[in-house]
Ligand binder design. Structure first.
Ligand code: PEP
Length: 248
């Protein structure tokens, strides 16, 4: 059985003093029953990896370039993330899709670049508010899965995060039945493509997860953890979410 995963996405937040949050989390969870991951901004990756060394906290990148090196000003590669001590890369976050116009094909290439560097990819999918209102959630998520998750994905190399765009950073959360419906469909689609092993792919829910709603979300079938933005910045809040995941 794969261990459930609590992943924190710090986005464009955090400076050296924020490393204390990772330190606090590590001392609160010396041997957790789930995996704990923090994806800090690139500027903190290496220092965060140093802080997390020898603890139960894993460190990851928030994005990577499709190439391992080259003339791409401002970008970083999966190889560099690995070199800095990262073990995961988030690819296809909705903020990358909207702010940088990333396509499913590009996200697929980024997932493959992540694997090539020996890291695991967290592939994000999720519908917009309009797509949900139009009754297209399942169709949209299936399309993103099909086109962004590369062939050859395994339970070790790939995590899928369902993040409704309208729930990210808004305080709005789908109903538990809505989360259950999408997660069951993701599991079904992955099973059709990857066979029985897909039962062990970790499927994360992301979008305004906080200490007060984590318990009920982790009780939803096929939710194997969370991708957490705002509430991952403080060790106290993220720790409460991790504790709920341990109990689930
Ligand atoms: C995210 O950034 O992936 C996210 C889910 O953010 P938040 O938890 O703040 O909604």
């Amino acid at each position: 059985m794969m261990r459930r995963l609590a992943a924190g996405n710090w986005k464009m937040n955090g400076t050296a003093e924020s490393l204390g949050e990772a330190q606090a989390l590590a001392s609160d969870f010396p041997s957790p029953d789930c995996e704990i991951l923090i994806c800090p901004p690139a500027t903190l990756l290496s220092r965060m990896a140093g802080t997390a060394a020898g603890t139960a906290i894993a460190v990851g990148g928030q994005d990577c370039h499709v190439n391992p090196s080259g003339a791409h000003t401002g970008d970083i590669s999966a190889k560099m993330i690995a070199d800095a001590g990262g073990t995961y890369v988030i690819v296809g976050h909705s903020e990358r899709r909207s702010d940088h116009g990333e396509s499913n094909a590009e996200i697929r290439a980024k997932a493959m670049a992540t694997w090539s560097a020996g890291l695991a990819a967290i592939v994000c999918v999720g519908e917009t508010q309009q797509e949900r209102e139009d009754g297209r959630t399942i169709e949209v998520v299936r399309g993103q899965l099909e086109e962004s998750v590369p062939d050859g994905a395994t339970r070790q190399s790939t995590v899928v995060a369902y993040e409704p765009v309208w729930a990210i950073g808004t305080g709005k959360v789908p109903t538990l039945a809505e989360i259950a419906e999408v997660h069951a469909d993701i599991r079904k689609e992955l099973t059709a493509r990857f066979g029985a092993e897909a039962q062990e792919f970790r499927l994360l829910y992301g979008g305004s997860v906080k200490p007060s709603n984590a318990q009920e979300i982790f009780g939803v079938p096929n939710v194997d953890g969370a991708l957490v933005g705002g509430a991952s910045l403080k060790a106290d809040d993220f720790g409460m979410i991790v504790a709920e995941l341990e109990r689930a």
